[in-house]
Design a protein around this ligand. Sequence first.
Ligand code: NAP
Length: 297
Amino acid sequence: MNCESSPENKIEMEERQMAMIIDGKKISTQIKDELKEKVEKYKKNGVNICLAVIQVGDNPASTVYVGNKKKACAYIGMESQAYELPEETTEEELLDLVKKLNQDEKVNGILVQLPLPNHINEDLVIQTISPKKDVDGFHPQSVGALSIGQPGFVSCTPAGIIELLKRSDISIDGKECVVIGRSNIVGKPMALLLLRENGTVTVCHSHTKDMKEVTKRADILIVAIGRAKFIDESYIKEGAVVIDVGMNRDENGKLCGDVDFEAVKDKVSAITPVPGGVGPMTIAMLMYNCVKAATAE
Ligand code: NAP
């Protein structure tokens, strides 16, 4: 009997060929629920965990991100302090607030929502946050620790991507990993984390020559460019895992990633959607870093 031609097997084969859609919403909820349990235990022992969030100006996207962070704190039972400062706040005033929060024993994590207005030096603000409270993982000390394999806070988006892969049973060890983008908050720490997990890592950027030749080698392709639907099937190896970090608006104003999801979904073995992929993981990992800041776990 030729089993392969039976209708049942055909359906099974078609199912096998379909890409796994990595559900960042579900995985991030699992992480937040695990943290919620921990936070409750700490509360019972009299330890309250608190994140201070500073926003300067009223950039609408920042307001949404800050709101989501406050909601996540409430969900896991953590306290959040919101500092909503006017656009004309001086650099000195902001630095003074950060220094005050560094000294405040009730505050475990400090997050300054970026971007800051042009008259404020972002690097200086980041460097002023105590490395012990650097829950965004942007302080040079945190970045340095990551690069030499020492413990410290890791930037939330790349840390979230590693969790997504691990919790989806996708092994990184020995895989060809290609990261497109070399920003300080996504691309560079992403490359370091993949290296830490024993991936063979290549980083592409706007000066990379013949990028398709590089990306078509990738078993795991991480895309963080910031260009709507830039990556189509011609960049992808059959069966690759594709992680789309991009958050853009398409021609109809709809949220979309850097990857053309519809064009690549039949070629990949697994892919993250936008929205509902990497985005929710970033906040879950921020909560993870806050709990770590408070409990040194
Ligand atoms: P970024 O700082 O603007 O960096 C973009 C990177 O992409 C740069 O390294 C740039 O290369 C590279 N690039 C741009 N065009 C390219 C091209 N045509 N070919 C190859 N490389 C190219 O952006 P980012 O902060 O890393 O963010 C990237 C995207 O992720 C954005 O859409 C952002 O909104 C999104 N994001 C999402 C989350 C989340 O939680 N989901 C978090 C952070 C960021 P050069 O260095 O040579 O200029």
